[in-house]
Design a protein around this ligand. Structure first.
Ligand code: FAD
Length: 474
Protein backbone atom coordinates (compact mmCIF):
# COMPACT_ATOMS: atom_id res chain seq x y z
CA UNK A 1 0.00 0.00 0.00
CA UNK A 2 1.19 3.55 -0.70
CA UNK A 3 1.15 5.22 2.72
CA UNK A 4 0.84 8.94 3.22
CA UNK A 5 3.48 8.81 5.97
CA UNK A 6 5.04 6.83 8.79
CA UNK A 7 1.91 7.35 10.92
CA UNK A 8 -0.01 5.00 8.60
CA UNK A 9 2.56 2.23 8.97
CA UNK A 10 1.90 -0.84 11.08
CA UNK A 11 3.68 -0.97 14.45
CA UNK A 12 5.86 -3.86 13.31
CA UNK A 13 7.18 -5.39 10.07
CA UNK A 14 9.41 -8.34 9.37
CA UNK A 15 11.69 -5.98 7.44
CA UNK A 16 12.09 -2.24 7.11
CA UNK A 17 14.04 -0.99 4.10
CA UNK A 18 15.60 2.45 4.46
CA UNK A 19 15.80 4.17 1.06
CA UNK A 20 14.29 3.43 -2.33
CA UNK A 21 17.31 3.42 -4.66
CA UNK A 22 17.69 0.42 -6.97
CA UNK A 23 19.29 -1.58 -4.14
CA UNK A 24 16.54 -0.82 -1.62
CA UNK A 25 13.78 -1.42 -4.15
CA UNK A 26 15.18 -4.81 -5.11
CA UNK A 27 15.72 -5.81 -1.48
CA UNK A 28 12.11 -4.88 -0.63
CA UNK A 29 10.78 -6.84 -3.60
CA UNK A 30 12.77 -9.97 -2.73
CA UNK A 31 11.75 -9.93 0.91
CA UNK A 32 8.08 -9.38 0.08
CA UNK A 33 8.13 -12.11 -2.59
CA UNK A 34 9.49 -14.42 0.10
CA UNK A 35 6.35 -13.78 2.15
CA UNK A 36 7.77 -11.16 4.54
CA UNK A 37 5.90 -8.03 5.61
CA UNK A 38 7.98 -5.12 4.33
CA UNK A 39 7.95 -1.36 4.85
CA UNK A 40 10.00 0.82 2.49
CA UNK A 41 10.75 4.34 3.71
CA UNK A 42 12.10 6.89 1.22
CA UNK A 43 12.98 10.43 2.15
CA UNK A 44 12.36 11.89 -1.32
CA UNK A 45 8.93 12.36 -2.96
CA UNK A 46 9.86 9.72 -5.55
CA UNK A 47 11.50 6.28 -5.63
CA UNK A 48 14.74 5.62 -7.53
CA UNK A 49 17.53 7.48 -5.72
CA UNK A 50 20.17 8.33 -8.32
CA UNK A 51 18.15 6.38 -10.88
CA UNK A 52 15.90 9.34 -11.44
CA UNK A 53 14.55 11.70 -14.08
CA UNK A 54 12.91 15.08 -14.32
CA UNK A 55 10.83 17.15 -16.73
CA UNK A 56 11.56 20.64 -18.02
CA UNK A 57 9.02 22.01 -20.46
CA UNK A 58 8.63 19.35 -23.14
CA UNK A 59 11.87 17.61 -22.10
CA UNK A 60 12.52 14.53 -20.01
CA UNK A 61 16.04 14.20 -18.61
CA UNK A 62 17.42 10.89 -17.35
CA UNK A 63 19.99 11.56 -14.64
CA UNK A 64 21.69 8.17 -14.49
CA UNK A 65 20.41 6.19 -17.46
CA UNK A 66 23.48 6.36 -19.68
CA UNK A 67 24.48 2.73 -20.01
CA UNK A 68 24.50 -0.51 -18.09
CA UNK A 69 25.73 -4.02 -18.92
CA UNK A 70 23.54 -6.60 -20.69
CA UNK A 71 23.38 -8.47 -17.37
CA UNK A 72 20.74 -5.97 -16.21
CA UNK A 73 18.17 -7.91 -18.27
CA UNK A 74 18.88 -11.06 -16.25
CA UNK A 75 18.63 -9.16 -12.97
CA UNK A 76 15.33 -7.56 -13.97
CA UNK A 77 13.95 -10.91 -15.10
CA UNK A 78 15.06 -12.72 -11.96
CA UNK A 79 13.97 -10.19 -9.35
CA UNK A 80 11.32 -8.05 -11.11
CA UNK A 81 9.52 -9.22 -14.24
CA UNK A 82 10.02 -10.53 -17.73
CA UNK A 83 8.31 -7.42 -19.13
CA UNK A 84 10.92 -5.15 -17.54
CA UNK A 85 13.75 -7.38 -18.73
CA UNK A 86 12.38 -7.23 -22.26
CA UNK A 87 12.77 -3.44 -22.24
CA UNK A 88 16.56 -3.69 -22.03
CA UNK A 89 17.95 -2.61 -25.40
CA UNK A 90 21.48 -2.32 -26.83
CA UNK A 91 23.20 1.03 -27.17
CA UNK A 92 25.80 0.19 -29.79
CA UNK A 93 27.26 3.53 -30.92
CA UNK A 94 29.98 4.40 -28.39
CA UNK A 95 32.29 7.07 -29.76
CA UNK A 96 35.76 8.10 -28.56
CA UNK A 97 37.15 11.49 -29.54
CA UNK A 98 40.49 12.42 -27.97
CA UNK A 99 43.95 13.51 -29.15
CA UNK A 100 45.08 9.87 -29.33
CA UNK A 101 42.19 8.22 -31.17
CA UNK A 102 38.82 8.76 -32.78
CA UNK A 103 36.34 5.99 -33.64
CA UNK A 104 33.01 4.33 -32.83
CA UNK A 105 32.77 0.94 -31.10
CA UNK A 106 29.92 -1.34 -30.07
CA UNK A 107 31.83 -1.79 -26.80
CA UNK A 108 31.70 -5.57 -27.19
CA UNK A 109 34.72 -7.75 -26.47
CA UNK A 110 34.93 -8.82 -30.13
CA UNK A 111 34.98 -5.22 -31.32
CA UNK A 112 37.62 -4.28 -28.75
CA UNK A 113 39.81 -7.14 -29.96
CA UNK A 114 39.52 -5.91 -33.56
CA UNK A 115 40.30 -2.34 -32.53
CA UNK A 116 43.30 -3.48 -30.52
CA UNK A 117 44.64 -5.46 -33.47
CA UNK A 118 43.85 -3.08 -36.34
CA UNK A 119 44.18 0.37 -34.77
CA UNK A 120 46.63 -0.23 -31.96
CA UNK A 121 48.75 -3.00 -33.50
CA UNK A 122 48.34 -5.23 -30.42
CA UNK A 123 49.01 -8.95 -31.05
CA UNK A 124 45.81 -11.00 -30.79
CA UNK A 125 47.30 -13.24 -28.08
CA UNK A 126 47.89 -10.20 -25.85
CA UNK A 127 44.33 -8.93 -26.05
CA UNK A 128 42.97 -12.48 -25.69
CA UNK A 129 45.02 -12.96 -22.51
CA UNK A 130 43.76 -9.63 -21.13
CA UNK A 131 40.09 -10.43 -21.69
CA UNK A 132 40.55 -13.90 -20.24
CA UNK A 133 42.20 -12.42 -17.15
CA UNK A 134 39.31 -9.98 -16.75
CA UNK A 135 36.80 -12.82 -16.84
CA UNK A 136 38.70 -14.99 -14.34
CA UNK A 137 38.15 -12.71 -11.41
CA UNK A 138 39.05 -15.43 -8.94
CA UNK A 139 42.64 -14.67 -9.98
CA UNK A 140 42.28 -11.36 -8.17
CA UNK A 141 41.15 -12.67 -4.77
CA UNK A 142 43.58 -10.59 -2.75
CA UNK A 143 42.83 -7.31 -4.52
CA UNK A 144 46.52 -6.48 -4.26
CA UNK A 145 47.09 -5.82 -7.96
CA UNK A 146 46.00 -2.42 -9.23
CA UNK A 147 44.08 -1.74 -12.44
CA UNK A 148 47.10 0.18 -13.76
CA UNK A 149 49.40 -2.77 -13.09
CA UNK A 150 46.97 -5.22 -14.74
CA UNK A 151 46.95 -3.13 -17.90
CA UNK A 152 50.70 -2.62 -17.87
CA UNK A 153 51.26 -6.35 -17.38
CA UNK A 154 49.24 -7.13 -20.50
CA UNK A 155 50.17 -4.10 -22.61
CA UNK A 156 53.58 -2.90 -21.31
CA UNK A 157 54.18 0.81 -21.84
CA UNK A 158 51.01 1.21 -23.93
CA UNK A 159 49.36 4.22 -22.32
CA UNK A 160 47.10 4.62 -25.35
CA UNK A 161 45.76 1.08 -24.88
CA UNK A 162 45.31 1.71 -21.17
CA UNK A 163 43.31 4.80 -22.13
CA UNK A 164 41.03 2.80 -24.42
CA UNK A 165 40.37 0.12 -21.81
CA UNK A 166 40.26 2.17 -18.62
CA UNK A 167 39.06 5.66 -19.52
CA UNK A 168 35.38 4.79 -19.86
CA UNK A 169 35.34 3.25 -16.38
CA UNK A 170 36.94 6.45 -15.10
CA UNK A 171 34.30 8.58 -16.82
CA UNK A 172 31.54 6.44 -15.37
CA UNK A 173 32.75 5.72 -11.86
CA UNK A 174 35.88 7.75 -11.18
CA UNK A 175 37.83 4.44 -11.07
CA UNK A 176 41.55 5.12 -11.50
CA UNK A 177 44.70 3.05 -12.12
CA UNK A 178 45.28 2.71 -8.35
CA UNK A 179 41.94 0.99 -7.73
CA UNK A 180 42.03 -2.81 -7.40
CA UNK A 181 42.37 -4.63 -10.72
CA UNK A 182 39.57 -6.95 -9.59
CA UNK A 183 37.12 -4.08 -9.26
CA UNK A 184 38.04 -2.58 -12.61
CA UNK A 185 38.11 -5.92 -14.42
CA UNK A 186 34.67 -7.01 -13.19
CA UNK A 187 33.06 -3.70 -14.16
CA UNK A 188 34.82 -3.45 -17.53
CA UNK A 189 34.19 -7.04 -18.56
CA UNK A 190 30.54 -6.84 -17.45
CA UNK A 191 30.08 -3.98 -19.91
CA UNK A 192 32.22 -5.49 -22.66
CA UNK A 193 30.53 -8.92 -22.37
CA UNK A 194 27.69 -7.98 -24.72
CA UNK A 195 28.14 -4.23 -25.04
CA UNK A 196 26.39 -1.29 -23.45
CA UNK A 197 22.62 -1.28 -22.91
CA UNK A 198 19.82 1.00 -21.82
CA UNK A 199 16.16 0.78 -20.81
CA UNK A 200 13.51 1.36 -23.47
CA UNK A 201 10.90 3.73 -22.06
CA UNK A 202 13.35 5.59 -19.81
CA UNK A 203 13.83 5.82 -16.05
CA UNK A 204 10.26 7.08 -15.53
CA UNK A 205 8.75 3.91 -17.01
CA UNK A 206 11.10 1.64 -15.06
CA UNK A 207 10.32 3.28 -11.72
CA UNK A 208 6.56 3.45 -12.28
CA UNK A 209 6.57 -0.26 -13.04
CA UNK A 210 8.82 -1.08 -10.08
CA UNK A 211 6.49 0.83 -7.76
CA UNK A 212 3.49 -1.03 -9.19
CA UNK A 213 5.19 -4.40 -8.72
CA UNK A 214 6.24 -3.58 -5.16
CA UNK A 215 2.69 -2.62 -4.21
CA UNK A 216 1.40 -5.79 -5.91
CA UNK A 217 3.87 -7.80 -3.80
CA UNK A 218 2.38 -6.24 -0.67
CA UNK A 219 5.16 -3.78 0.23
CA UNK A 220 4.05 -0.73 2.21
CA UNK A 221 5.77 2.37 0.81
CA UNK A 222 6.03 5.76 2.46
CA UNK A 223 7.61 8.56 0.43
CA UNK A 224 8.82 11.87 1.90
CA UNK A 225 9.68 9.89 5.03
CA UNK A 226 13.32 10.15 6.09
CA UNK A 227 14.47 7.59 8.63
CA UNK A 228 16.00 9.48 11.54
CA UNK A 229 17.58 6.53 13.32
CA UNK A 230 18.05 2.78 13.09
CA UNK A 231 17.27 1.45 16.53
CA UNK A 232 18.96 -1.44 18.28
CA UNK A 233 18.04 -3.60 21.26
CA UNK A 234 20.51 -5.94 22.87
CA UNK A 235 23.01 -4.97 20.15
CA UNK A 236 20.77 -6.10 17.27
CA UNK A 237 18.76 -4.03 14.82
CA UNK A 238 15.27 -3.71 16.17
CA UNK A 239 13.47 -1.04 14.13
CA UNK A 240 13.60 2.53 12.90
CA UNK A 241 12.58 5.98 14.00
CA UNK A 242 10.77 7.97 11.30
CA UNK A 243 8.64 11.10 11.66
CA UNK A 244 9.02 10.75 15.42
CA UNK A 245 7.51 7.27 15.40
CA UNK A 246 9.20 4.00 16.25
CA UNK A 247 8.44 1.14 13.88
CA UNK A 248 9.68 -2.25 15.05
CA UNK A 249 11.33 -4.64 12.59
CA UNK A 250 12.83 -8.11 12.62
CA UNK A 251 15.55 -6.84 10.29
CA UNK A 252 16.58 -3.51 8.77
CA UNK A 253 18.10 -3.19 5.30
CA UNK A 254 19.67 0.19 4.70
CA UNK A 255 20.05 1.57 1.20
CA UNK A 256 21.24 4.90 2.58
CA UNK A 257 24.87 5.79 2.02
CA UNK A 258 27.13 3.39 3.97
CA UNK A 259 28.75 6.16 6.02
CA UNK A 260 25.38 7.74 6.76
CA UNK A 261 24.02 4.34 7.80
CA UNK A 262 26.86 3.48 10.18
CA UNK A 263 27.92 6.88 11.45
CA UNK A 264 24.68 8.86 11.47
CA UNK A 265 21.63 6.58 11.59
CA UNK A 266 22.97 4.03 14.06
CA UNK A 267 23.72 5.00 17.65
CA UNK A 268 27.53 5.06 17.75
CA UNK A 269 27.49 3.28 21.11
CA UNK A 270 26.27 0.13 19.38
CA UNK A 271 29.19 0.13 16.91
CA UNK A 272 32.63 -1.21 17.81
CA UNK A 273 35.11 1.70 17.59
CA UNK A 274 37.40 -0.23 15.24
CA UNK A 275 34.49 -0.78 12.86
CA UNK A 276 33.46 2.88 13.04
CA UNK A 277 37.07 3.81 12.18
CA UNK A 278 37.02 1.43 9.24
CA UNK A 279 33.82 2.95 7.86
CA UNK A 280 35.10 6.47 8.46
CA UNK A 281 38.33 5.68 6.61
CA UNK A 282 36.62 4.09 3.59
CA UNK A 283 37.26 6.48 0.69
CA UNK A 284 34.27 7.73 -1.27
CA UNK A 285 34.00 7.45 -5.02
CA UNK A 286 34.32 10.62 -7.07
CA UNK A 287 31.32 12.82 -7.59
CA UNK A 288 29.76 14.00 -10.83
CA UNK A 289 28.62 17.24 -12.40
CA UNK A 290 26.08 17.23 -15.21
CA UNK A 291 24.71 19.58 -17.82
CA UNK A 292 21.26 18.88 -19.26
CA UNK A 293 20.65 20.24 -22.77
CA UNK A 294 17.34 20.18 -24.63
CA UNK A 295 16.76 20.98 -28.30
CA UNK A 296 13.81 23.14 -29.31
CA UNK A 297 10.74 21.57 -30.97
CA UNK A 298 11.52 20.38 -34.49
CA UNK A 299 15.28 20.88 -34.03
CA UNK A 300 17.55 17.93 -34.82
CA UNK A 301 21.20 16.92 -34.75
CA UNK A 302 23.05 14.21 -36.68
CA UNK A 303 23.12 10.92 -34.75
CA UNK A 304 26.86 10.98 -34.11
CA UNK A 305 26.75 8.50 -31.21
CA UNK A 306 24.68 7.08 -28.38
CA UNK A 307 27.47 7.99 -25.99
CA UNK A 308 30.42 10.21 -26.86
CA UNK A 309 33.56 10.20 -24.70
CA UNK A 310 35.19 13.51 -25.55
CA UNK A 311 38.54 14.40 -24.02
CA UNK A 312 41.06 17.11 -24.77
CA UNK A 313 43.71 15.59 -22.49
CA UNK A 314 46.78 14.58 -24.51
CA UNK A 315 47.15 11.40 -22.40
CA UNK A 316 44.96 9.43 -20.03
CA UNK A 317 45.19 11.13 -16.63
CA UNK A 318 42.62 10.10 -14.00
CA UNK A 319 43.32 13.10 -11.75
CA UNK A 320 42.80 15.55 -14.63
CA UNK A 321 39.34 14.07 -15.12
CA UNK A 322 38.07 16.01 -12.13
CA UNK A 323 39.52 19.34 -13.25
CA UNK A 324 37.36 22.42 -13.55
CA UNK A 325 36.54 23.59 -16.19
CA UNK A 326 36.19 20.05 -17.51
CA UNK A 327 38.40 18.75 -20.32
CA UNK A 328 36.94 15.24 -20.41
CA UNK A 329 33.18 14.91 -20.76
CA UNK A 330 30.86 12.03 -21.63
CA UNK A 331 27.71 12.87 -23.56
CA UNK A 332 24.58 10.71 -23.67
CA UNK A 333 22.29 11.43 -26.61
CA UNK A 334 18.55 10.82 -26.37
CA UNK A 335 17.27 11.10 -29.93
CA UNK A 336 13.58 11.47 -30.79
CA UNK A 337 11.65 8.18 -30.42
CA UNK A 338 14.81 6.22 -29.69
CA UNK A 339 14.73 5.27 -26.03
CA UNK A 340 11.21 6.64 -25.50
CA UNK A 341 9.17 5.61 -28.56
CA UNK A 342 6.53 8.29 -27.86
CA UNK A 343 8.88 11.22 -27.16
CA UNK A 344 9.81 13.43 -30.12
CA UNK A 345 12.38 15.78 -28.57
CA UNK A 346 16.17 15.55 -28.37
CA UNK A 347 18.00 15.71 -25.05
CA UNK A 348 21.73 15.54 -24.33
CA UNK A 349 23.15 14.87 -20.88
CA UNK A 350 26.80 15.77 -20.32
CA UNK A 351 28.47 14.09 -17.33
CA UNK A 352 31.92 14.67 -15.89
CA UNK A 353 33.83 13.61 -12.78
CA UNK A 354 33.85 16.39 -10.24
CA UNK A 355 35.31 17.19 -6.83
CA UNK A 356 32.86 18.14 -4.12
CA UNK A 357 35.54 20.45 -2.71
CA UNK A 358 35.38 22.57 -5.88
CA UNK A 359 31.71 23.29 -5.21
CA UNK A 360 31.40 23.53 -1.45
CA UNK A 361 31.77 26.81 0.43
CA UNK A 362 30.60 28.93 -2.52
CA UNK A 363 28.22 31.81 -1.86
CA UNK A 364 24.86 31.51 -3.70
CA UNK A 365 26.14 34.01 -6.29
CA UNK A 366 29.45 32.19 -6.80
CA UNK A 367 27.63 28.88 -7.06
CA UNK A 368 25.29 30.25 -9.73
CA UNK A 369 28.17 31.74 -11.70
CA UNK A 370 30.16 28.53 -11.52
CA UNK A 371 27.22 26.53 -12.82
CA UNK A 372 26.92 28.97 -15.71
CA UNK A 373 30.66 28.58 -16.42
CA UNK A 374 30.17 24.81 -16.43
CA UNK A 375 27.39 25.08 -19.01
CA UNK A 376 29.54 27.37 -21.18
CA UNK A 377 32.51 24.97 -20.98
CA UNK A 378 30.35 22.01 -21.99
CA UNK A 379 28.79 23.91 -24.91
CA UNK A 380 32.23 24.97 -26.13
CA UNK A 381 33.43 21.37 -26.03
CA UNK A 382 30.32 19.90 -27.63
CA UNK A 383 30.31 22.45 -30.45
CA UNK A 384 33.58 20.84 -31.63
CA UNK A 385 31.48 17.80 -32.51
CA UNK A 386 28.15 19.48 -33.25
CA UNK A 387 28.68 22.97 -34.70
CA UNK A 388 25.71 25.37 -34.27
CA UNK A 389 24.23 23.24 -31.50
CA UNK A 390 23.77 26.21 -29.21
CA UNK A 391 21.30 27.90 -31.59
CA UNK A 392 19.08 24.81 -31.48
CA UNK A 393 18.78 24.61 -27.71
CA UNK A 394 15.80 25.72 -25.69
CA UNK A 395 17.03 24.42 -22.34
CA UNK A 396 20.36 24.20 -20.47
CA UNK A 397 20.91 23.62 -16.77
CA UNK A 398 23.59 22.18 -14.54
CA UNK A 399 23.76 19.84 -11.54
CA UNK A 400 26.76 19.63 -9.24
CA UNK A 401 28.10 17.36 -6.48
CA UNK A 402 26.01 19.47 -4.11
CA UNK A 403 22.86 18.64 -6.08
CA UNK A 404 23.68 14.95 -5.82
CA UNK A 405 24.23 15.16 -2.08
CA UNK A 406 20.98 17.05 -1.55
CA UNK A 407 18.98 14.45 -3.49
CA UNK A 408 20.28 11.22 -2.01
CA UNK A 409 22.20 12.06 1.15
CA UNK A 410 25.34 10.53 -0.36
CA UNK A 411 28.22 12.15 1.46
CA UNK A 412 30.00 14.71 -0.66
CA UNK A 413 27.84 13.71 -3.61
CA UNK A 414 29.71 10.42 -4.12
CA UNK A 415 28.10 9.04 -7.27
CA UNK A 416 29.17 5.43 -6.78
CA UNK A 417 29.13 5.23 -2.98
CA UNK A 418 32.36 4.12 -1.38
CA UNK A 419 35.47 2.66 -2.92
CA UNK A 420 36.42 -0.99 -2.32
CA UNK A 421 37.19 -0.71 1.44
CA UNK A 422 33.55 0.37 1.88
CA UNK A 423 32.42 -2.88 0.28
CA UNK A 424 34.52 -4.83 2.79
CA UNK A 425 33.09 -2.78 5.67
CA UNK A 426 29.51 -3.30 4.47
CA UNK A 427 30.10 -7.05 4.49
CA UNK A 428 31.08 -6.81 8.17
CA UNK A 429 28.14 -4.65 9.23
CA UNK A 430 25.80 -7.54 10.18
CA UNK A 431 28.55 -9.00 12.37
CA UNK A 432 28.72 -5.69 14.23
CA UNK A 433 24.98 -5.10 14.43
CA UNK A 434 23.09 -8.36 13.85
CA UNK A 435 20.00 -7.85 11.76
CA UNK A 436 21.29 -4.72 9.98
CA UNK A 437 22.28 -5.13 6.34
CA UNK A 438 23.53 -2.56 3.85
CA UNK A 439 22.80 -2.58 0.16
CA UNK A 440 23.57 -0.12 -2.60
CA UNK A 441 26.62 1.51 -4.09
CA UNK A 442 29.75 0.01 -2.56
CA UNK A 443 33.17 -0.48 -4.05
CA UNK A 444 32.07 -0.05 -7.70
CA UNK A 445 31.42 -3.83 -7.77
CA UNK A 446 28.11 -3.29 -6.01
CA UNK A 447 27.36 -0.03 -7.80
CA UNK A 448 25.72 1.25 -10.91
CA UNK A 449 22.26 0.04 -11.85
CA UNK A 450 23.30 -3.61 -12.12
CA UNK A 451 25.55 -3.79 -9.05
CA UNK A 452 23.12 -1.91 -6.80
CA UNK A 453 20.13 -4.04 -7.80
CA UNK A 454 22.17 -7.22 -7.31
CA UNK A 455 23.43 -5.90 -3.99
CA UNK A 456 19.81 -5.39 -2.90
CA UNK A 457 18.99 -9.00 -3.83
CA UNK A 458 22.02 -10.28 -1.90
CA UNK A 459 21.16 -8.21 1.16
CA UNK A 460 17.58 -9.51 1.03
CA UNK A 461 18.90 -13.07 0.97
CA UNK A 462 21.02 -12.41 4.07
CA UNK A 463 18.15 -10.64 5.82
CA UNK A 464 15.84 -13.54 5.01
CA UNK A 465 18.38 -16.02 6.45
CA UNK A 466 18.60 -13.88 9.57
CA UNK A 467 14.81 -13.77 9.97
CA UNK A 468 14.47 -17.50 9.52
CA UNK A 469 17.24 -18.12 12.05
CA UNK A 470 19.70 -19.41 9.46
CA UNK A 471 23.23 -18.13 8.91
CA UNK A 472 22.54 -14.56 9.85
CA UNK A 473 25.86 -12.76 9.68
CA UNK A 474 27.40 -14.04 6.47
C1 FAD B 1 25.01 11.40 -12.36
C2 FAD B 1 25.05 9.90 -12.26
C3 FAD B 1 25.04 9.13 -13.40
C4 FAD B 1 25.06 7.74 -13.31
N1 FAD B 1 25.01 7.00 -14.46
C5 FAD B 1 24.95 5.65 -14.38
C6 FAD B 1 24.82 4.85 -15.55
O1 FAD B 1 24.74 5.33 -16.67
N2 FAD B 1 24.79 3.51 -15.41
C7 FAD B 1 24.86 2.90 -14.20
O2 FAD B 1 24.83 1.67 -14.14
N3 FAD B 1 24.98 3.64 -13.07
C8 FAD B 1 25.02 4.99 -13.14
N4 FAD B 1 25.13 5.74 -12.00
C9 FAD B 1 25.21 5.05 -10.71
C10 FAD B 1 23.88 4.47 -10.30
O3 FAD B 1 22.84 5.37 -10.64
C11 FAD B 1 23.92 4.22 -8.81
O4 FAD B 1 25.06 3.41 -8.51
C12 FAD B 1 22.69 3.49 -8.33
O5 FAD B 1 21.50 4.02 -8.87
C13 FAD B 1 22.69 3.60 -6.81
O6 FAD B 1 21.68 2.81 -6.27
P1 FAD B 1 21.62 2.60 -4.71
O7 FAD B 1 20.85 1.36 -4.48
O8 FAD B 1 22.98 2.68 -4.13
O9 FAD B 1 20.71 3.76 -4.18
P2 FAD B 1 20.81 5.35 -4.29
O10 FAD B 1 20.55 5.75 -5.68
O11 FAD B 1 22.01 5.83 -3.62
O12 FAD B 1 19.54 5.74 -3.45
C14 FAD B 1 19.51 5.72 -2.06
C15 FAD B 1 18.13 6.16 -1.64
O13 FAD B 1 18.06 6.18 -0.23
C16 FAD B 1 17.34 7.32 0.17
N5 FAD B 1 17.73 7.64 1.55
C17 FAD B 1 18.96 7.98 1.98
N6 FAD B 1 18.93 8.18 3.31
C18 FAD B 1 17.66 7.95 3.71
C19 FAD B 1 17.01 8.00 4.98
N7 FAD B 1 17.67 8.33 6.10
N8 FAD B 1 15.68 7.71 5.04
C20 FAD B 1 14.99 7.37 3.91
N9 FAD B 1 15.57 7.33 2.69
C21 FAD B 1 16.88 7.61 2.59
C22 FAD B 1 17.75 8.37 -0.82
O14 FAD B 1 16.83 9.45 -0.87
C23 FAD B 1 17.78 7.56 -2.11
O15 FAD B 1 16.53 7.54 -2.75
C24 FAD B 1 25.12 7.12 -12.06
C25 FAD B 1 25.14 7.89 -10.89
C26 FAD B 1 25.10 9.27 -10.99
C27 FAD B 1 25.11 10.08 -9.74
Amino acid sequence: MLLSGADQARPRYDAVVVGGGLGGLTAAKRLADGGRSVLLLESRPRLGGYATWFRRGGHIFDVALHAFPAGMAKTLRKYWSRDLADQVMPLPRIRFENPEFSFVTTFETGDFKLLLRDRFGVPEEASEAFFQACRKTEHFQDASESAGSLLDRHFPGRLDVARLLLETVTYATGCNPDDPAMVYAVVFSNFAWKGTHTFRGGTDLLLAEMERLLLASGVDIALRTPVEAIQTAGGAAHGVLAAGRTIAAGTVVSNANLKATCLRLVDMKSIAPAFADEVEAAPLSASVAQVYLGLGPGEAIPEIADILFSSREPRYDAAAFRAFPPRSVSYSFYYPRHIRPDHDRTEIVASMCADYADWENLSPGQYREKKEALIRAVLADLSRHLPNLEKKLDHAEAATPRTLERYTGHWRGASFGSKYPGYLAAEKLPRTIPGLFHCGSQGILMSGWLGSANCGALAAGKAEAYLSGGQSHA
